[in-house]
Design a protein around this ligand. Sequence first.
Ligand code: FE2
Ligand code: FE2
Length: 266
Amino acid sequence: MFKRIGWCTDIHLDFVEYSVYREFISAILKAKLDAIFITGDIGNADSVDFYLQQLCKEIGIPVYFVLGNHDFYRGSIRETRKRISNLCQKTPGLIWVTIKGVMELTPNTVLLGHDSWADGRLGNYRDSGVMLNDYLHIKELSNLTKNERLKRLHKLGDEAADYLSYFLSRALENYDHIIFMTHVPPFKEACLYDGRVANDDWLPHFSCKAVGDVLYQGMINNQYVDALILCGHTHTRAEVDILPNLRVKTGAAEYGRPVLQEVICL
Ligand SMILES: [Fe+2]
Ligand SMILES: [Fe+2]
């Protein structure tokens, strides 16, 4: 049974010096946690397996995670997902939430999650000049026209939304509290940049509308259940109530300085 859960996001361990990494591990151990949740951007396609294994070994508690866009850099989405799935099968305590459906944390609290992807639907993709490294360093998103890329982004967002739709209905039927882990903020109100909601140039690359729509619909129809959404990606702290029973927390992050965002007590 879980009582204290640590939440981390965008730890980007490939940017972290060893001494800082040790401090990060000590902070986690000192917090006396029962499990840790990581909402993506752990390393890149070459290193994410290694970092996950190390974390699991060093902190000795279950590591629940989703992958972020950076975790596919210098590789492909398809191959990285396959590798991570295999890694989790042979590593006790390492749980890729994206493929696990609903997981009971306490008799009335359930966890679900999905990596998700910024789906290009909020803001103004057509006129946006933003060129994320995703579109250069991830196989499935590189060498595409802007229009072709948008179709891929829609597809990735829809994949996350379809998965959520399927499992959220099960969670809503059986539990009072839902925690949903994802990398990309599902609502524009949770995508801050310089202290305000990201502008129309950035929003298409910062948010997943498809997932937000499923969450909104699910929660507005089930007002006696509450959902906490944990995400990252923008590296800017946000905490918003989209509905009285739908709260979104986006974690703050700085390259080279991984932190424990928060301890969640169940
Ligand atoms: Fe990040
Ligand atoms: Fe990210």
